[in-house]
Design a binder for this molecule. Structure first.
Ligand SMILES: NC(=O)c1ccc[n+]([C@@H]2O[C@H](COP(=O)([O-])OP(=O)(O)OC[C@H]3O[C@@H](n4cnc5c(N)ncnc54)[C@H](O)[C@@H]3O)[C@@H](O)[C@H]2O)c1
Length: 366
């Protein structure tokens, strides 16, 4: 057993569930599965090779169901194939599905569980940093169509989330950095001066250990980030009030950079740059001062993420603005989530000159 105790983050929904975080918590799966008869563990080959045995040891009636790797596999064909394999194996409505993997596995297994037999229970067992702090929490599941990402899906809250921080040791550097961008977002979503989540302080004291993936420090970091996500989800479970839009802090430019795609930034790198852009835009609109901009830059840099778009001089600001107008928050014009005296808020259609200045500040077109 690991010497580092696991932590529990409650998600206060009806019914409530816990996010269990720590080294080796996959071994606790049986307690969450309870007396459910059969357990279909959905995963990808590279993850199952490393971690499925731990689950098999504690879930004797489980069977592993592999799906292909990558965003391309997040589609209805994979859902159909999984559901048919479940049916042939005899999975019934009172049984359970475990999603062992990153956000792709979580979304596909979660959506299949939401629709198979009109809904079977799912336990999320995220193995990427991004899934631990974001994708596995909150019940959003879904797959892509050729026409767009996440266009078919359902809200299906898990019965629990098991975030085993030991699994992060085998994640590629690129995927790890994808999660670090979300960590920067959580650090900056709250009041960074008062630091109520303690994330800023943790990064200041243990930044090196985070980059070295120390499982104990990561358990602390994931717990703090997951707490913020759990609280936002509990206050707006079905995304009706708009508060969940705060989780998109830094993502408007990030998505545009990812779509423009020319510099193969990871999601986390794009989010880091998006956060700095958002702070510069808020500053141009006199919503925040220099000190807050400096803190944004310091947090992103402390996580080893770039603070400017590499090669951004060759990028066209107009293209990025057009891409940002397609953001799901936008209502025809440009919409951002920006910091200000009342915390994070939606800001519609800021002056073009302020947007251009903020883009130039992250190295775009200048
Ligand atoms: N449902 C939500 O609320 C939500 C939120 C954010 C993102 N998402 C979705 O999540 C997806 C991205 O998730 P992701 O970043 O976790 O990517 P991913 O699921 O594609 O995983 C990244 C890669 O890492 C591998 N991997 C996973 N865990 C590993 C481990 N411990 N060791 C070694 N390799 C491992 C995977 O096999 C994959 O090749 C996107 O499809 C996105 O739309 C969903």
């Amino acid at each position: 057993m690991s010497a580092i105790a696991s932590r529990r983050v409650p998600v206060r929904l009806e019914p409530p569930y816990d996010i269990v975080v720590g080294p080796d918590v996959l071994r606790d799966a049986a307690a969450l599965i309870g007396d459910r008869r059969r357990v279909a563990v959905v995963s990808q080959a590279a993850i199952a090779d490393r971690y499925a045995e731990t689950l098999a040891n504690v879930l004797p009636t489980s069977e592993i169901f592999l799906i292909d790797d990558g965003e391309d596999a997040k589609n209805l064909a994979t859902v159909e194939s999984l559901a048919r394999r479940f049916a042939r194996w005899g999975l019934l409505r009172d049984d359970a599905v475990v999603a062992l993997g990153g956000g792709v596995v979580g979304d596909v297994a979660g959506f299949t569980a939401a629709s198979y037999h009109r809904g079977v229970d799912v336990l999320q067992a995220p193995t990427t940093l991004l899934a631990m702090v974001d994708a596995a929490i909150g019940g959003k599941t879904g797959v892509n169509l050729a026409e767009g990402k996440n266009l078919v899906g359902a809200f299906h809250q898990p019965i629990g989330v098991l975030a085993d921080t030991t699994t992060l040791a085998t994640l590629s550097e690129r995927e790890y950095r994808s999660g670090l961008g979300e960590v920067a977002k959580y650090a900056l979503m709250d009041d960074v001066v008062a630091d109520p989540s303690g994330i800023v302080d943790l990064l200041r004291l243990h930044g090196g250990a985070v980059l070295e993936r120390d499982p104990g420090v990561l358990a602390d970091l994931v717990t703090r980030c997951a707490t913020i996500k759990a609280d936002v989800v509990a206050s707006d479970p079905m995304e009706h009030t708009g508060i969940r839009a705060t989780l998109n802090y830094g993502h408007t430019l990030a998505h545009a950079l990812e779509t423009a795609g020319a510099y193969s930034l990871t999601h986390g790198e794009a989010v880091g740059i998006g956060l700095i852009f958002a702070s510069r835009l808020a500053e141009a609109l006199k919503r925040i001062g220099d000190d807050a901009v400096d803190r944004h830059r310091a947090i992103v840099a402390a996580l080893g993420l770039p603070i400017e778009v590499p090669g951004g001089v060759g990028l066209d600001a107009d293209t990025l603005v057009r891409l940002m107008q397609r953001d799901k928050k936008a209502r025809g014009g440009l919409t951002f989530v920006l910091a200000g005296p009342n915390g994070l808020e939606r800001v519609d259609d800021p002056p073009a000159s302020a947007v251009e200045r903020a883009l130039a500040a992250v190295g775009v077109g200048s």
